[in-house]
Design a protein around this ligand. Structure first.
Ligand code: CP
Length: 306
């Protein structure tokens, strides 16, 4: 039995196969529409979500399966003190696979250790968000043609941004990927990413505070939200929340083929006027998220043949 707790749980070959499967699903959805008939996906969300939970549900329904679950800790027996370990033993009796989001780093790993069904990490605190990474990789591969030979700017909250941590971990495995890390000094990537992933891996990267200075270098700009829910200090959040706002004027500094990605939700870090720019790919990214989650469900259930 396999789980997906980190993007590194899949080898590069497995990841390529999964993205190939997702592309085939995109082109031939009817071929897969009954593939999971009789199978159930449980969504265990202890933290708010729109995209991840609904795209998992949409993915399983599109495969002909069924879904069950809860969308907040308050509406589950976690509110009565039930542990994640006990909850997963119960859910293993009800479903064939589950996706778990939890505010505590490592909670899906704890669940996986006690689970009789595959566990997918749907985001754990400020740690990892591997299915967002699969979504991001499919978006880049589909729209740029390759995951190699790119310069990607990651902008905003790089300290608490789990999507950023997962994406860096995944992209360093490809050839000639350069990272431009754009953040205020208070929100720089954690040391374990800078030292253990980028420096240990001899990956080319630089850290800057000004977005304007690097716009013209980027093939991809990955914007992120400054996440109020991760701050211990409200004043610090208010001071940093408007550090970066991508506007039409800033887009004029970028290459004609630069893509703008964002895991969403956004607050104000991308002005709505940018939505009409053909380089804005964040809503297409959402659609790719359904295909990769369909491919992931099939892969973890051992039903991945194309
Ligand atoms: N991108 C993402 O994880 O969005 P949600 O928090 O809405 O699931």
């Amino acid at each position: 039995m396999r789980h997906l707790l980190s993007p590194l749980d899949l080898s590069v070959d497995e990841l390529d196969n999964l993205l190939d499967l997702a592309s085939d699903i995109e082109k031939n959805p009817e071929k897969y529409s009954e593939r999971c008939k009789g199978k159930k996906l449980a969504t265990l969300f202890y933290e708010p979500s729109t995209r991840t939970r609904l795209s998992f549900e949409s993915a399983m329904l599109s495969l002909g399966g069924s879904v069950l679950g809860f969308s907040s800790a308050d509406s589950s027996s976690a509110a009565k003190g039930e542990s994640v370990s006990d909850t997963i033993r119960i859910v293993s009796c009800y479903a064939d696979i589950c996706a778990m989001r939890h505010p505590k780093e490592g909670a899906p790993l704890v669940a996986a250790e006690k689970s009789n069904i595959p566990v997918i990490n749907a985001g754990d605190g400020g740690h990892q968000h591997p299915t967002q990474t699969l979504t991001d990789l499919m978006t880049i591969r589909s729209l740029k043609g390759s995951l190699s030979n790119i310069t990607i700017g990651l902008c905003g909250d790089l300290k608490f941004g789990r999507t950023v941590h997962s994406l860096i971990n995944a992209l360093v495995r490809y050839e000639n990927v350069k990272f431009v890390l754009i953040s205020p000094k208070e929100l720089r990537v954690p040391d374990y990413i800078r030292h253990d992933v980028l420096e240990e891996g001899n990956v080319e990267y630089k850290e800057v505070e000004k977005l304007d200075d690097v716009m013209s270098e980027l093939d991809i700009l990955y914007m992120t939200r400054v996440q109020r829910e991760r701050f211990f200090n409200e004043e610090e959040y208010i001071r940093l929340k408007d550090s970066y706002i991508l506007t039409k004027e800033k887009m004029n500094l970028a290459r004609k083929d630069m893509l703008v990605l964002h895991p969403l939700p956004r607050v104000n870090e991308i002005s709505v006027e940018v939505d009409d720019d053909e380089r804005a790919a964040y809503f297409k990214q959402v659609q790719y998220g359904v295909y990769v989650r369909m491919a992931l469900i099939l892969t973890l259930l051992g039903m991945e043949e194309i």
